[in-house]
Design a protein around this ligand. Sequence first.
Ligand SMILES: *Cc1c(COP(=O)(O)O)cnc(C)c1O
Length: 362
Amino acid sequence: MTDRVFNFSAGPAMLPDDVLKDVQSELLDWNNSGMSVMEVSHRSKEFISVAETSEADLREILNIPDDFKVLFLQGGATGQFSSVPLNISRPEDTADYIITGNWGKKAFKEAKNLLNAVAVSDESGSNFTTLPNTNDIKFSNNPAYIHITPNETVYGVEFDTIPKINHIAPVVADLSSTILSRPINFDDVDLLYAGAQKNIGPAGITIVIIRENLLNKARIGTPEILNYTTMSESDSMYNTPPTLAWYIAAKVFQWIKNSGGVEEMYRRSSEKSKNLYEFIDNSNFYNAPVEISARSKMNVVFTLKNNDLDAEFIKLAEKNGLTNLKGHRSIGGMRASIYNAMSIEGVNALVNFMKLFEKEHN
Ligand SMILES: *Cc1c(COP(=O)(O)O)cnc(C)c1O
């Protein structure tokens, strides 16, 4: 087996070694069934137990209140860009979008096909290196909901907590790249969703956590697999769920539980991101463009002051077992995504590599 690298991919991202080894050990014979988990009915007693345990664990680690439903869906976070308006608004409604990066922009664009979506705040003027003060935002009169992206994966900007919007309207949050990295205050959010491939498990499963009072509002004609009520009433098994992805996500929830929960994940993320940002800020060779108070603990964006060295940096990093540091194609530079599975050792290895690279190329 080749050595595992430190993989800084933004998504699909690295998974904990312990989880992968566990999956490997069970691959041919799961639960003494003589079959893999991929080969059994999703309606079997064994698989239903995976589904139930995963929900119970997720509820425990995120402390999800009883009046929220947890759904395990497909279609990625992108699917939710249209599922949200289909499920909780009418075509004549208004919904407010707080745009702090390209994912929020995409969600807004798609919502415009389905209702009167309004960009009440847009940080594109700073090239998405800042966050708004949500107290200063002028919301629409009676919006159906307010949409926010607490962590913008491409630009590396993150609200430290989901802003308090004071119950003007239901708050919908795309938590794809920050879920499970910190506690969530469910007083401040009514519907949240996340694709799995950043901090939950493999691509293919999408988690929606929705306050019960938002169910039973889907538009007529909403496809059943996008309909939160249909999916909730069928325990996310209206059709065949992505069983392998679900089973691996369940193992990640257990891993988080056994590692000290989301409070510990937050402590580690704080330490990892601090090590990296502090090093960058103390260097004249690297630069972190995002305003300090807006910096993401999950996606650390940085540049080399001389971008002629970018290709060499990436090449040498890879040689040293540090992969996928290239920034998003839309902004260039570098991005180190440091989700829960990235160890402190991985981040320290990156910092040491950056020091050495600076010394040799300054
Ligand atoms: C990755 C990402 C998405 C897109 O997720 P898909 O599962 O590919 O649809 C949406 N929003 C955010 C914040 C993301 O990080």
